[in-house]
Write a protein that binds this ligand. Structure first.
Ligand code: RRO
Length: 317
């Protein structure tokens, strides 16, 4: 039995890895991901041209078991830190850089320079950061999204074919709730060279409050932030399912994966790999070993040998 998989043109020894943003901002955290055998890839914190400290704390809250809210505000070390990271050559897993420039020009500059480092397996272009005041999510602005993707495509099509064949162009989307939007976004993606889609980012501008203190639980934006954890699993599953049916891309599921059953459900809906956010934040690196065991147990009980045996095979009634 194995959790081996392929996302776009990247082979993974395990279908489990971190969601961007959780314990992946500094080199020590990236190396820590490399030390865990159950982790399939190393994904960086979304980066910008210049380093950022992020929003005023407290920026994160969780209930210790199921749900989280964050408004981190894109704290990161600046893109050079991630693409010139001298440890990359030592990692024995694919290294993927998440990019979330503050404007189109920044995104294009970072993409270009990322491609120049042959040791980087690909990018996850983050079209869905919900926590920058005054900047809306590109994934909800279809014109801006189309423009950015077509410009990244131009950069990718000008790459030497050797590099193009081993460089993965992935995007991370916000959750969608309407069939028209699913179709519009799938059309944009199907007309591009994108080969993986991560669904979904946190549910933007949610609100968790404390009825005892009668207050919000994080400081920025009067307590509003991205919701993660169990309460967004059903939304994540529908997005994984829709994009696996509507596009040619490999889907990476993210949202509400707390145990093996949740990972199994994402894969059944069509995910070829899954990312762990809230539960990784709560439990640390051991979560990957736990999830690997838990998912393998379900596969053993159902007599599945590989994730391809059930990937996307959700039955209709
Ligand atoms: O840093 C953040 O506030 C953040 C980002 Br970039 C993102 O994509 N998703 C999220 O929940 N928080």
């Amino acid at each position: 039995m194995s959790l081996k998989t392929k996302i776009g043109n990247i082979n993974l020894n395990s279908c489990l890895f971190n969601a961007s943003g959780v314990y992946c901002k500094i080199k020590e955290e990236l190396s820590n991901l490399n030390t865990c055998n159950s982790v399939g890839a190393i994904l960086t914190k979304s980066c910008t041209l210049e380093s950022r400290v992020g929003n005023d704390p407290p920026i994160y809250w969780d209930d210790g078991s199921e749900n989280s809210i964050n408004s981190s505000g894109l704290p990161n070390m600046g893109y050079k830190y991630y693409i010139e990271n001298e440890d990359i050559v030592k990692y024995d897993k694919p290294y993927i850089v998440s990019i979330s420039g503050m404007c189109e020009e920044d995104n294009l500059k970072i993409v270009k320079e990322t491609i120049n480092n042959n040791d980087i397996s690909g990018i996850e272009l983050n079209l869905s950061c919900p926590n920058i005041e005054g900047k809306s999510q590109i994934g909800y602005d279809f014109e801006a999204m189309q423009n950015l993707i077509s410009k990244v495509d131009l950069i990718i099509s000008s790459m030497k074919s050797m590099r193009r064949n081993n460089f993965n162009f992935g995007v991370k989307l916000p959750p969608y709730f309407d069939m028209l939007h699913f179709r519009l976004v799938a059309d944009i993606i199907n007309n591009s060279s994108i080969n993986t889609i991560t669904c979904v980012n946190s549910l933007g501008n949610g609100l968790i409050i404390n009825h005892i203190s009668e207050s919000v639980v994080i400081k920025p934006k009067r307590g509003h932030g991205g919701i993660g954890g169990s309460s967004i699993k059903s939304i994540a599953l529908s997005n994984v399912r829709q994009f696996s049916l509507l596009t040619k891309c490999d889907i990476i599921g993210c949202g509400g994966i707390m145990n093996g059953i949740d990972a199994f459900e994402h894969i059944l809906c069509g995910a070829k790999a899954v990312q762990i956010g809230t539960k990784f934040y709560m439990d640390g690196i051991d979560v990957f070993t736990f999830l690997e065991k838990d998912l393998l147990k379900i596969m053993r009980d159902k007599n599945y040998k590989t994730i391809n045996d059930f990937c996307g095979k959700l039955k209709d009634l």
